[in-house]
Every structure is written in C-alpha cells, then in structure tokens.
Design a protein around this ligand. Structure first.
Ligand code: UDX
Ligand code: UDX
Length: 480
C-alpha cells in the first residue's frame, strides 16, 4: 500500500474510541492494561466469564492481581478506573466497542479428532457467536489468541452467517498475535520488537495500527495478509522452542564429554548469524505456548499430508520430554538408584522466573517421575501457591489426590524446604536462589548433600567448596 493511501485511509478512519477484550488471562490482561495506559482517550474493557478472575483484577490490593508480572501493578494503578475496566458483562462490552479482541485460551484438544495435538477452538467459536448475536453495528474483530492458520476463515463464516440477522452488520477480522513473554510482559509490550497485524481490509488494519502507533514506532508495525500473520505466530514459537531443544540436546553431549554447554552457547552465540539469546540449557521448556503451538503446527502439517514437515517439528517436543525425564532419572541414579522415602527439595515450580504461571512447567513432570519412585517432595516457589501446585499434580491423574498431598509438601521458606533433605533440585531460575545462605542450607541437609541445578544458575564451584555434591545441567563432571 502506498504511503499516500495509508495516510488517506488513516485520516478517513473512524477513530477507535472503545475496545473490548474477551479473556482476562495472561495475555488479555497485561496487553489491554498497556493499551489503556498508552491510549488514555480509548476506553478499554476487559471481560471474562470467570468472576473470581475479574474480581481479582478489580482488587484494591494490587498484590492480588491474578497475573504476576513485574511492573503490571503500576500500569493497572495508572489506568484502572480511568479508561481501563474489568467486567463480567460480556454482552455490554461487545455492544459498546468498535474493536473486539479475542484473547481466550486455545488449549490442546483432549478429546475427539486431533486429540492431544490440535488446538481446541471451542472458546473462540463461542466468542464469535456471542459477538455475532450482540453486535448491532460494524465491528473489527481481532484475533489475539494464538490460532491455527486459517482460523480467521472460520471466524468470518460464523460472524457473517450468524450475524447477518442483525441487519447487515459488517465484521472485519484482523490477526494480531501477541509475542510477549511472561515475566517480561510489560517490557515487551512497552517496547515490542515488532507488532504484527494481518488482515484483508486496509481500513481495519489502519484502525489497529493507529492504536499501537500511540507508542510503537510505525516502522515496527508490520502488516501482512491474514494467513501470514496467523502462521508467523506459530512459526515464531516453533523456532524459539527449537532453539531450546537444540541447546538441550547438546547439553547431554556436553555432560558426557566434559564440555560446558554455557561455554558452547557463548561461543556460538557470538556468531551474529546465530545470536546470543535463547541458548540457555535447561531442564526443559514449559509454558502455555511452546508445546501447544508445535503440536498444533505438527497437526496442521499432517492434515496437509506433509509428514516430513510434521516429523521434523515433532522432534522438538520429543527432545524436550527426554530432557525432563533424564533430569529426573539422573536424580534417582545419583541418589544410589533409589529415592524412595527420601526428601527432595524443589526450588521453583513456575515454568520460568518472574511469573506465577506453572502451565507445562518442567517441575510438574520431574515431580511426577520422582513421586512414581516414591520420593517425598517439598516445594518452595516464591510466587506459586500451594493450591496451584496440587492442582498441577492432580491434573496428571497419575495418583490419587490424597497420595499427592501425602507425598508433596509446599512451604513458604526455602530453608525449611532444604532442612533434612537428601537433595535440592533447582527447577526455576529465580534470582533469589543465588543469594541464599548456602552454608546454613548445607548444615541442615543430610550427607552427602546433593544439588541438581536444572537451570545452571548456582555457582557450582562455590557450592562444592562448601561440601555440596553439585550436578549442573549441561556441565560434564570433572575428569570425564
Ligand atoms: C493466551 C492466548 O489467548 C492463547 O491463545 C495463547 O496460546 C496462550 O496465551 P492466556 O491469556 O495465557 O491465553 O490464557 P488464560 O490465562 O487461560 O486466559 C484466558 C481467559 O479467557 C480465562 O480467564 C478464561 O476465563 C477466559 N475465557 C475463556 C472467557 O472469558 N470466555 C470463554 O469463552 C473462554
Ligand atoms: C513464549 C514466547 O517467547 C512468546 O513470544 C510467546 O508470545 C509466548 O511463548 P513464554 O512461554 O512466556 O513466551 O516464555 P519464554 O521466555 O519464551 O520461555 C519459554 C520456556 O523456555 C520457559 O520454560 C523457559 O525457561 C525456557 N527457555 C527459554 C529455556 O529453557 N532456555 C532459553 O534459553 C529460553
């Protein structure tokens, strides 16, 4: 599109004055809070069917927001009640808004066709039907959730077919995937590498560009067709996850050969073609997106008969599963082939630092493996609640709820977790772990005192100097 045409359309545009976002989760909440902060003249209403969640977003005590993100409390404090609102009145917010973001969850299907692989789009469809039912005037509908490529086609069909009864209401669909990472959400939203907007209508695209242009330089706002935008999100997550699996694959080889994966990462990361980011070996990636999106990509590839493409990407998941399993297995082997009745302290449960999110966290699977070996686990995480930890374990259905509560204890104090433990396993890279009084921890542990650092965050030499036996992911034992 020429610059002149863009400018013309921009001027012609009816400015967006009211935005609604369906889904007040990890994506919808922070994203809308920042849009409201940066666009004080736009009324932003975030709606959700979950009353408890909305109440938490409205809580006077900013420590009670349902999502923990550094800096989020400040943003909410600035905008809430001014032009940022959280509500359960979904119909009303849809009716009032000119632009509606859909940010509901799209979990992996747990039933029927595509079970265990395809994204479950039932919530997306429900949203589309609700918008179609309620809308009395033209709406721009924005896909914020990560969706399989060509979902916009289904949305379009539902909106146009069920919405036509509303007397010629026009719906434009845009894809505007969110690239924020949890833990750095506010930073990522304030200064995104890029904003991606895919769509068919230049006018609708420009209306959304105008929202982001309040704070994002125009050259960082990319516009594409709908399908490129939808597929780019899946591709970005697949590439990121692939990098983690690649370095994790090498971490095992490093351990066998005496190489240090952190040194290897530094050596290759200085090559400007490779770059230094996302090369941190770990106990395995987690989070709500990577596994779900790759499975989805694999499913889509298979559905087009592209089996080699599907197999290629599936390997990223298989490698990740292997990494979690081998970390747990190493604990058992090192503790003289049995952890039965042994106390193992988990430092960290969240899938990464600076978040209270535990979805697909490696900690869950490592715990499950060790519980099958009859270990007793004591968990300390600075942000994750006891309720969440039990819910994560119960969800696996591996053993009874009573059994999970008998074998797993959750404490608020890391020293209590380590007291009388045979081993400490570091599952999340929380900064505070580095500053603990490790002499005290050593004194209170059983001998030998093992530390399994699944995030390579602790100073192993220092700990070994104190008497600990330390295993660090991706670092070969001395004298290998
Ligand atoms: C996001 C994206 O939307 C998803 O596509 C991406 O792949 C993962 O991240 P997220 O914000 O993390 O999801 O999900 P979640 O925290 O579960 O929030 C979704 C919210 O939508 C929930 O609060 C849920 O109650 C709400 N919801 C769901 C509705 O309000 N209506 C529905 O019909 C379904
Ligand atoms: C990811 C994408 O980064 C983001 O763009 C997208 O919108 C959502 O999915 P998120 O899942 O929040 O974000 O966190 P991310 O920082 O990508 O980490 C994902 C997982 O990979 C975490 O478990 C993390 O610990 C792990 N990881 C990441 C590594 O093990 N090593 C690394 O070098 C980087």
């Amino acid at each position: 599109m020429s610059v002149y045409l863009t400018e013309y359309l921009y001027k012609m545009n009816k400015k967006i004055t009211k935005i609604c976002c369906i889904g007040a989760g990890y994506v919808g909440g922070p994203t809308m809070a920042v849009i409201a902060q940066k666009c004080p003249e736009i009324q932003v209403t975030v709606v959700d069917i979950n009353e408890k969640r909305i109440a938490a977003w409205n809580d006077k005590d900013l420590n009670k927001l349902p999502v923990y993100e550094p800096g989020l409390d400040k943003v909410v404090e600035e905008a809430r009640g001014r032009n940022l609102f959280f509500s359960t009145e979904v119909d009303r917010a849809i009716d009032e808004a000119e632009m509606i973001f859909i940010s509901v969850n799209t979990p992996t299907k747990t039933y029927g066709k595509g079970k265990g692989m395809a994204a479950d789009l039932k919530y997306i469809e429900l949203c589309a039907r609700q918008i179609a039912r309620v809308a009395k005037d033209d709406k721009i509908v924005v896909e914020k959730s990560t969706l399989p490529v060509r979902t916009a086609q289904a949305l379009k069909s539902i909106l146009h077919n069920t919405g036509s009864t509303n007397g010629g209401v026009k719906f434009e669909i845009l894809s505007n995937p969110e690239f924020l990472a949890e833990g750095t959400a506010i930073q990522d939203l304030h200064a995104p590498d890029r904003v991606l907007i895919g769509g068919e209508s230049a006018e609708a695209i420009e209306a959304l560009v105008a929202v982001y242009a309040h704070w994002v330089p125009k050259e960082n706002i990319l516009t594409t067709n709908l399908w490129s935008s939808e597929l780019s999100k899946l591709t970005a997550n697949a590439f990121l996850a692939q990098r983690v699996s690649s370095i994790n694959a090498l971490s095992e080889l490093c351990e066998k050969t005496g190489a240090d994966v952190n040194e290897v990462a530094r050596a290759i990361g200085t090559d400007s073609r490779i770059g230094p980011k996302f090369l941190k070996a770990s106990v395995g990636f987690g989070g709500s997106c990577f596994q779900k999106d790759i499975l989805n990509l694999v499913y889509i590839a298979k559905s087009y008969g592209l089996h080699e493409v599907a197999d290629y990407w599936e390997q990223v998941i298989l490698m990740n599963d292997h990494q979690k399993r081998r970390f747990a297995d190493n604990i058992v082997t090192t503790l003289y082939n049995t952890v039965s009745g042994k106390k193992i302290a988990f430092f960290g449960w969240a899938f990464k630092k600076d978040t209270n999110d535990t979805r697909e966290s490696a900690a869950i699977y490592v715990a499950d493996y060790l519980l099958n070996e009859q270990a007793e686990i004591v968990v300390y995480d600075p942000k994750v609640t006891e309720e969440q930890i039990y819910a994560d374990l119960d969800y696996l259905n591996t053993r009874s709820e009573e059994e999970n509560r008998r074998l797993v204890t959750v404490v608020n104090d890391p020293y209590q977790a380590a007291d009388n433990a045979h081993a400490i396993a570091v599952l999340t890279e929380w900064d505070e772990f580095k500053t603990y009084d490790w002499d005290k921890i050593y004194n209170d542990m059983l001998r030998p005192s093992f530390v399994f650092d699944g995030r390579a965050v602790l100073d192993s030499e220092k700990l070994e100097g104190k008497g600990f036996e330390v295993y660090t992911i991706g670092v070969g034992a001395k004298g290998v």
